[in-house]
Design a protein around this ligand. Structure first.
Ligand SMILES: Cc1cc2nc3c(=O)[nH]c(=O)nc-3n(C[C@H](O)[C@H](O)[C@H](O)COP(=O)(O)OP(=O)(O)OC[C@H]3O[C@@H](n4cnc5c(N)ncnc54)[C@H](O)[C@@H]3O)c2cc1C
Length: 382
């Protein structure tokens, strides 16, 4: 496809993270003309643990060898001296480096036929009678639809919903060289109102702490305490952490579609409020938005069907995860004791990561297990 200025596209996407690239690939495969504008150039840094839950795999259509640094079969939850772990014969997650992973997804979009322009920050956009107009160093580009895939601090959502106060969790994270070849993923619940993580990679580990309330007076102190509790502190101490935010889901989020503009991924606040997982929802929301736009072009529906699909598919799960998060982060000791006494609950949770059940189904199963354990049923049959 030509890169002619002022060409009219079917869709312009702002931001080539997982959401933007997944949407661009899906749209290009439908035969739509797509312009994907990215302010940085791949491979670029993105603050992230890089944990992909295994349930993403069927939607990724990726060669794992090219992107995966480690397969995760064991998750350890710990609170000071206590720890409880769960294991799985099948991988529950895959660990990637975001610079490589995002470059891979963008390349996939390019190969599918999307036009990608890097080092091209979008400065502004507006709706016009025919569609949308986007301003960048290329001058104005026009399209029938615009997708905001510009991440947690993106300007598309800010302009679309000026009153929307996203709920931003605050995190400090870095990658450290790690001599010890750890296989498990560690979740440290001693971080107040959030958790710390150690995600092993090929030549090191992603480590960090997140506060899910997002109003930490002394984040550095949380981070130093976390390092002090773990043997890798001597290696991590010299690497300054990056401060960043995670736009976690909160009830009463505004519509993700307004006119001809759609919000996907972090731009739409689509991050699980329990552990801050966002990559799965970024890729899936990008694909779902592409499907809705495809249907709109084909005269089979409206772009707003994307908002409905997200509300039906993800929001009930986010609500359930938010309720679990409230409880777990308020009483981490109780939570750890509960899963120590009932290791089956950890297996059920790992099933969410493998895509075997949703948070809502998980909760029903936990309730049933509780009822079966404590309310004796008499078998009156026969
Ligand atoms: C510390 C931390 C740890 C995390 N760990 C995990 C994890 O282990 N697993 C997980 O699933 N999720 C994790 N997340 C969440 C995950 O990183 C995000 O949910 C995910 O990156 C969202 O993808 P996205 O494509 O919506 O946005 P992004 O990945 O943020 O991509 C947005 C893109 O838009 C570009 N952009 C921004 N503004 C403009 C502009 N004006 N013009 C053009 N381009 C623009 C940016 O350069 C960027 O490339 C973590 C987040 C943080 C902060």
């Amino acid at each position: 496809m030509s890169s002619g200025m002022n060409m009219h596209y079917d869709v312009i996407i702002i931001g080539a993270g997982p959401a933007g690239s997944a949407a661009a690939t899906a749209l290009a495969r439908q035969g739509r003309s797509v312009l994907l504008l990215e302010k940085a150039a791949h491979p670029r840094h993105k603050s992230c643990g890089g944990g992909l839950s295994a349930r993403l795999l069927p939607y990724l259509d990726a060669d794992l060898k090219e992107i995966v640094e480690r397969e995760v079969r064991k998750v350890v939850f710990l609170l000071r001296k206590k720890e409880v772990s769960g294991s799985s014969a099948e991988p529950v997650a895959y660990l990637v480096r975001r610079d490589r992973f995002d470059a891979y997804l963008a390349e996939k979009a390019r190969k599918a036929g999307a036009e990608i322009v890097e080092n091209c920050p979008v400065r502004d956009w507006r709706e016009t009678p025919e569609g949308v107009e986007v301003q960048s160093r290329r001058g104005p580009d026009t399209a029938s639809f615009l997708m905001g895939a510009d991440g947690a601090a993106g300007r598309v959502a800010r302009k679309l919903h000026p009153d929307w106060k996203k709920h931003l969790a605050f995190a400090l994270e870095t990658e450290v060289p790690l001599r010890n070849k750890e296989e498990a993923v560690w979740i440290d619940l001693a971080v107040p109102r959030g958790y710390g993580w150690i995600f092993p990679k090929e030549n090191g580990a992603a480590i960090g702490v997140a506060d899910f309330k997002g109003k930490v007076p002394k984040p550095q102190a949380l981070y130093s305490d976390f390092l002090g509790r773990h043997p890798l502190s001597s290696e991590a101490g010299s690497v300054p952490p990056n401060g960043c935010t995670i736009p976690i889901y909160r009830s009463a989020a505004p519509p993700l579609v307004k006119g001809r503009v759609l919000l996907i991924g972090d731009a739409g606040g689509l991050v699980d409020p329990l552990f801050g997982e966002g990559i799965f929802y970024a890729v899936r929301s990008g694909q779902m938005a592409a499907e809705a736009i495809g249907a709109a072009f084909a005269g089979r529906g409206e772009a707003t069907s994307y908002d409905r699909a997200v509300r039906e598919t993800f929001y009930p799960d986010f609500e359930r995860a938010a309720r679990m998060a409230k409880w777990i982060y308020a009483f981490p000791g109780l939570y750890l004791e509960a899963i120590r006494l009932h290791p089956g609950a950890v297996d059920l949770y790992l099933g969410i990561l493998r895509g075997e059940r949703t948070y809502c189904q998980f909760w029903k199963e936990v309730q049933w297990a509780f009822v079966r354990k404590f309310i004796p049923f008499k078998n009156t049959a026969g």
